[in-house]
Design a protein around this ligand. Sequence first.
Ligand code: GLU
Length: 508
Amino acid sequence: MDKRVRVRFAPSPTGGLHLGGVRTVLYNYLFARAHGGDFVLRIEDTDQTRFVKGAEEYILECLKWCGLIPDESPVVGGPYAPYRQSERKSMYKEYALQLINSGHAYYAFDTTDELEQMRKDLKTDEHSSVQYDHNTRTKMRNSLTLPADEVSELIAKGIPYVIRIKVPENQTIIFNDMIRGAITFDSNLVDDKVLLKADGMPTYHLAVVVDDYLMKITHAFRGEEWLPSAPVHLLLWEYLGWIGDMPQWAHLPLILKPDGNGKLSKRDGDRLGFPVFAMNWYDPAKDETTGGFREMGFLPQAFVNMLAMLGWNSGTEQEIFSMEELIQKFSIERVHKGGAKFDFEKAKWFNNQYIQQTDNITLAALALPYIKEKGCNPDGDFLVKVVALIKDRCTLLPDFWAQGHFFFATPETIDEGAFKDKWNEPKQQFFSSWINELNSLSDWTDVAIEESAVAHLPAFSLKKGDIMLPLRVMLVGGKYGPGVYHIAELIGKAETIARIQKVLAMLA
Ligand code: GLU
């Protein structure tokens, strides 16, 4: 029988979660759900110098917002706990020593100064960045060049060392990527990566292999930027004797800038005015907040749907997929090899689609915080009615304020310029007279209000179209909004009359 599918998302808690990171989570999650498997969250925090306070909590919150809840994680635990690599520190050294004993790794005692000197000395015009590799390791202070007793002595004395992998010469390293097919690397170009650091912590390279093995991971999906690390990982799987258990790899395409020129970065988002992080990220070191999709007013379902399509398609024209449909239809083999251009307009289109699909009660609850933020606190039933009326004009959640503020508060400014050039005495008289009619109108509905206007117009030789724009500006403040008689109905009789009176007074 096939092994139970187990996938993992293995972020380093170093900052905000880029939308590419969330897409990696999503593809892992969809694959796990489709195969009845497990989705593991493992925090890769072995590089203590890059650790950022709050980043792990932030990642968990992002996953929760997107509805991509891991089955095993540092929070809920699981059969392979702990799920934070810093808490697994003691597990890694034995594997590094096993590699030394089998001749696939070695101790290296070089100081930072010595490493720098080597880079300087060996630099040539053709090789500007010198690596620690099969060429250079023979010239350095390590257990390949020093006599065994000296090595033992240095270790006994407590001289700091790292353990490096001994990458073989003249080998072709090959593996089969689920998206890209066979990928080959020339071992001569791969450097002898550090596996265990002087502080006893493993590096990412050792920890990721050991943990994927110990946690029985069957498929590893990660960003394309990790492709250059793959040969080192492959050698480790082989040298540790685990090659039969190695997960199947899939390296996901980059998410590109809108013009397709290179990887989408946080700076591009700042420059072009859209978020690249899932949620607002507060960087404690810089005391700086970077905006996120959540706070900008995206619905998580729309965000997730948009991400699913960024590098994958079902082979049909369909673009809107529920999570259940994605689980059914997603296949990792259909993920594109080439980078996916990010298109913010398209992201907003998805959000608009989801807003139209969402029921009004749910939408009202989602819009409420953006209305409260402006100091208004509308009644629940009233808000549901407003939402129903304006949702087709809303793309992001804050639009419910922008498109509907006049339902919750008297407009602060009136764009009288919008109708002033066509304003005349008959119109002034019509409105002054009509408000008395309105005052005695018993049935306050959009239909009744409109009928009352229509009945009153001929006395002033006016037509319906003559009063629509002024009435709209009086009630709304500008030339926008849903049906004007609907607005009057919802804001109520007293408020409608008061707004008309206010503008008449301004114009008098
Ligand atoms: N810790 C790596 C990261 O921060 C994980 C890469 C992998 O999935 O192997 O993205």
